[in-house]
Design a protein around this ligand. Structure first.
Ligand SMILES: *[C@@H]1O[C@H](CO)[C@@H](O)[C@H](O)[C@H]1NC(C)=O
Ligand SMILES: *[C@@H]1O[C@H](CO)[C@@H](O)[C@H](O)[C@H]1NC(C)=O
Ligand SMILES: *[C@@H]1O[C@H](CO)[C@@H](O)[C@H](O)[C@H]1NC(C)=O
Ligand SMILES: *[C@@H]1O[C@H](CO)[C@@H](O)[C@H](O)[C@H]1NC(C)=O
Ligand SMILES: *[C@@H]1O[C@H](CO)[C@@H](O)[C@H](O)[C@H]1NC(C)=O
Length: 546
């Protein structure tokens, strides 16, 4: 059948829902294993069976890591006469159905990899124009989870590069909707439009891609691959660049929180666990940040030889509970200085998460006023250190000493035992292209400037949509014509009521949107489509308009 008929597409779409509309395929972020970053094309059947056995033995399966996923380079270079993909029998002698069965019997899902373009990145056959037959083949083999990469896209029917991606990934969504049980669908599309790939361009196509992947599948890789263990045929370790790669993906993730809700997860790529150039603090930072994001936790490592220290942090129940929290919120930035990032989010039981990262190269002491978590600073709280399990009583602020590249992670709750904290979304408002922060530059003026962690850059967003800086008690972001400044509360002034949506636009009642002009000037302008000057990150918990 042809998938080009729009009537057919419409008909299929009706029965093919999952993701954010109906989060039943992956109600929480997936956890598991993938061979790519650690082994690249050096994969075979025993790698996966041995990994599965070790994951059972080390308690990783019991901790929730229940997907075992193959990446590129598993097939033969040719399809069968019936145009089906076939596994390479030299490296998978028992075949995929046997491997699926081996994994299922031990309690794992079986994940496999293909490519939306006409070849995989490793030059094996791609699925372009074979979407339906490949989905059926994978279903027949017992696949539960499918990663669809985006190399070698052949532009058809005069479609642009952007349009071909959108067309192919939506087609995959429809094809999967017709299966008996939809696969967990891991999409690589946004990575091909990210600032990593398009350094000289704008973010428009990246944002447009992010908007559809959340309605299309369960997770999406939004930026570069995490740097692999050794990019050489012998798979010999190559030191250097791994921390920077992790920070690169972290830096893209913080721009995208608005897209995530239960059923769809932003994917900053694998947790790299046994790379000898990463310190234990750096690896624990990786795990704590990804968990704060409620990101997928997919390990790439040689599991049988993991050290006890690594297994201990990877199975930390309190931190996994943050990752798997029922709200599925991605922590957002409260503040950023050169060395210290503070992040926070709501947790389903009414607690507040506090995550503090020292990106710097020296030990630092950070003090976080609890007001910055959007909670009443005049009340007493308890803060549970999720690394040690120890709980301390805290007043108006918390002071934390952090080694170089170390991350602290706390669960903050009311000392009184009250179940739910009263939270006003509070944190940075920043342009996700320039990364500049909205700043109260005086009592009446605002500008976009480099983020510096000051109270002038921490904003509260009320449920009515009033936005005020922590630096003054009585000033609100106000649009007056095209100008934007800070004014006293005026209940009748519609220019003080703002709304925010998945688009990233911050809009007035009159339909104009906040805009960063050159030199940091702040205005409201006519709404464009996913423009660099008009897309912002706001503190988590702000109610989203569609
Ligand atoms: C399977 O792959 C692993 C990882 O690359 C390698 O160490 C091992 O020797 C391979 N085993 C076989 C039987 O090829
Ligand atoms: C894949 O598409 C590219 C780009 O259009 C084309 O040059 C190439 O021949 C195609 N390869 C296959 C295997 O179809
Ligand atoms: C493809 O698009 C170009 C530019 O829009 C147009 O000039 C051309 O006629 C189109 N070709 C086909 C086959 O539709
Ligand atoms: C953004 O970049 C694309 C090229 O990818 C270009 O077509 C578009 O005009 C640019 N948009 C703006 C607003 O500059
Ligand atoms: C830490 O050190 C590295 C390499 O020496 C340097 O590139 C980086 O800018 C430093 N980071 C900070 C936050 O000072």
């Amino acid at each position: 059948m042809s998938f080009l008929n729009p009537v057919t597409l419409f008909f299929l779409a009706a029965g093919a829902l999952a993701t954010v509309q109906d989060p039943k395929v992956a109600p929480r972020p997936p956890m598991g294993f993938n061979n790519w970053a650690r082994f690249m094309c050096n994969l075979n059947e025993t790698l996966f069976t041995t990994t599965a056995d070790a994951m059972v033995e080390k308690g990783l399966l019991a901790a929730g890591y229940n997907n075992i996923n193959l990446d590129d380079c598993w097939p033969l270079k040719e399809r069968t006469a019936k145009k089906e993909l076939q596994w390479d029998p030299k490296i998978f002698p028992h075949g995929m159905p046997w491997l699926a069965d081996y994994l299922h019997k031990r309690g794992f899902n079986f994940g496999i990899y293909t490519n939306a373009g006409n070849m995989t990145c490793g030059l094996y056959p791609g699925s372009q124009d074979h979407e339906e037959i490949d989905a059926k083949t994978f279903e027949k083999w017992g696949v539960d989870y499918l990663k669809v990469d985006g190399c070698h896209m052949d532009l058809q029917k005069n479609r642009t590069y952007y349009e071909e991606f959108e067309y192919r990934y939506k087609l995959w969504h429809q094809v999967m909707g017709k299966l008996k049980k939809p696969f967990i669908f891991s999409q690589s599309a946004p990575a091909y439009f990210s600032p990593n790939f398009h350094l000289d361009l704008n973010n428009t196509d990246w944002y447009r891609t992010m908007e559809y992947v959340r309605e299309n599948g369960e997770l999406a890789r939004h930026s570069d691959d995490i740097k692999v263990y050794g990019n050489n045929p012998e798979n010999i370790f190559e030191p250097g660049g791994h921390w920077e790669s992790m920070m690169n993906n972290y830096d893209k993730e913080v721009r995208l929180a608005r897209y995530q809700s239960c059923g769809y997860y932003n994917d900053p790529d694998f947790l790299i666990v046994d790379w000898p150039d990463l310190s234990l603090d750096e690896k624990k930072t990786h795990f704590a940040l990804w968990s704060s994001f409620s990101a997928p936790l997919i390990l790439s490592a040689w599991i049988p030889d993991l050290m006890d220290d690594d297994v201990a942090y990877l199975t930390n129940k309190d931190i996994i509970a943050v990752d798997q929290d029922a709200l599925c919120e991605q922590a957002t930035l409260v503040s950023q200085t050169e060395a210290i990032d503070v992040l926070s989010k709501n947790l389903a039981n009414g607690d507040r998460l506090l995550t503090v990262l020292n990106k710097g190269n020296a030990t630092k002491t950070a003090t976080v006023p609890l007001e910055r978590l959007g909670i009443d600073p005049d009340v007493r709280y308890k803060a549970k250190d999720l690394w040690t399990g120890k709980t301390q009583s805290v007043g108006s602020s918390i002071t934390i000493k952090l080694h170089k590249r170390q991350t602290a992670i706390y669960r903050v709750s009311a000392a009184s035992g009250a179940k739910k904290l009263d939270v006003t979304p509070t944190g940075q408002i920043f342009n996700t292209f320039t990364m500049n922060c909205l700043t109260a530059s005086s009592r009446s003026r605002v500008r976009f400037t480099v983020c510096d962690g000051s109270d002038e850059q921490v904003w509260r967003v009320s449920s009515a949509g009033r936005i005020s800086p922590l630096s003054t008690d009585d000033r609100y972001l106000t649009a007056d014509g095209r100008d934007v400044g800070l004014e006293k509360l005026d209940k009748d002034d519609k220019g003080q009521l703002w709304s925010y949506g998945v688009s990233g636009n911050v809009a007035t009642k009159g339909g104009f949107v906040l805009e960063e002009r050159t030199k940091g000037e702040v205005v409201v302008g006519k709404r464009g489509y996913a423009l660099d000057s008009q897309v912002f990150a706001l503190p988590g918990g702000v109610k989203l308009d569609k």
